[in-house]
Design a protein around this ligand. Structure first.
Ligand code: CP3
Length: 342
């Protein structure tokens, strides 16, 4: 299928095709480290911002204008479709809170697979609004992976020990599989709505799958990542991100993802060796590197670029940009990556 972004640096790199230079975008590139983001967000709750496509489009464009990155990522959050499933979500100063966690059959029975066009249309609408203003810049869509979304729904928020989901995993695995089934179906239709709206690629965030023991990863994370990738098909390239991916690279590849997004704890060289040269990778500068100084950040970025090689690499951080780094350090990073030639 032909898409207007097939020729972009991002899509070519995601497909392992030749590129003039390595493209860069930054996870969480639109966010609190930008005064302009804080200004647009003031007086609005974070979720209301996600549900306002005009404002979400404005926020999505900030890093294109200010950093000159090679890709946009639609402004939203992985927890948005969870609310549409019937599990309420709130955001406070301490991060997300889900006041009615899913811990038994009754709670599972009350959930539904949402119709993304009716129940959570905002990300797709934002992507549609961005088609003109972005011009040649491709826009990525995204979703949380089933295991990571289940962890929020069961824990009721971000967790340190993942007590409730692990208890369910060991005591009532069939209940957890039931929830993962429902989330997988939701994520498939949700990502498809973003692809239909014009997303040039998608990223599946399995942020918390790295906390699992290997057998549990293979039972509760991998099959559902696979279900999502099989469900949306191959019309656009698909990235898989796992924080703590170092010991799961082979399994990540088995998910069917087109691009493996690396955190910063694994060396690019080791990852390439394990994955093989043919699969594109994304990453993997340590986010704290943006504390500077800029010259040393650039040196380390160039080291990553060299280890990754000239094709099949999308430069990124190993996790989201931190809220207390300076915009100026992010601008310097983008320039240092875009001026590098192999
Ligand atoms: O990358 C982008 O610019 C697109 C937007 C985006 C956000 N969240 C905006 C956001 C994306 C891709 C996400 C993904 C996301 N959300 C993940 C997976 C990636 C990762 O970081 O591991 C997760 C686990 C979440 C859940 C979430 N959202 C948490 C735990 C928090 C609170 C902690 C925090 O960083 O604030 C959020 C809030 C959130 N998501 C903010 C933004 C810009 C900050 C909200 C604010 O304005 O106060």
């Amino acid at each position: 299928m032909f898409s207007k972004h097939d020729n972009s640096l991002l899509v070519r790199a995601m497909r392992g095709l030749p590129v003039e230079r390595t493209p860069i975008w930054i996870m969480r590139q639109a966010g609190r480290y930008m005064p302009e983001y804080r200004a647009i967000r003031s007086g609005l709750s974070f979720l209301d911002l996600c549900k306002n496509p005009e404002k979400a489009a404005e926020v999505t464009l900030l890093p294109i204008e200010m950093l000159n990155v090679d890709a946009a990522i639609v402004f939203s959050d992985i927890l948005v479709p969870i609310e549409a499933m019937g599990c309420p979500v709130e955001f406070g100063d301490g991060g997300p809170r889900l006041p009615r966690p899913v811990r038994d059959v009754a709670a599972l029975t009350n959930l539904r697979i949402p119709d993304p066009n009716k129940d959570c249309p905002w990300a797709a609408e934002t992507i549609r609004l961005l088609d003109k203003p972005l011009g040649d810049i491709p826009c990525l869509g995204f979703a949380g992976a089933p295991f990571t979304l289940a962890s929020y729904m069961i824990e009721g928020g971000t967790s340190r020990n993942f007590t409730h989901i692990k208890t369910m995993m060991f005591q009532k695995p069939e209940l957890l599989h039931g929830l993962l089934d429902l989330i997988s179906e939701t994520v498939v239709v949700y990502l498809q709505s973003q692809i239909d709206a014009g997303a040039a690629g998608v990223q599946l965030f399995d942020t918390w799958a790295g906390i699992l023991a290997p057998q549990d990863y293979e039972n509760f994370a991998l099959p559902y990542q696979k279900r999502v990738f099989d469900g949306i098909g191959r019309s656009v390239p698909r990235i898989l991100y796992v924080n703590g991916c170092g010991t799961y690279l082979t399994q990540m590849k088995a998910s069917g993802a087109d691009v493996i997004s690396l955190d910063w704890r694994v060396s690019m060289r080791a990852a390439r060796q394990i994955l093989g040269p043919e699969i594109p990778v994304q990453g993997n500068l340590e986010p704290s590197r943006l504390y500077g100084p800029n010259e040393r950040t650039a040196e380390r970025a160039h080291f990553v670029l060299k280890e990754a090689g000239p094709t099949g690499h999308i430069f990124n951080l190993g996790h989201g940009i931190l809220p207390d780094v300076s915009v100026e350090s992010a601008v310097a990073l983008v320039k240092s990556v875009q001026s590098f030639r192999h």
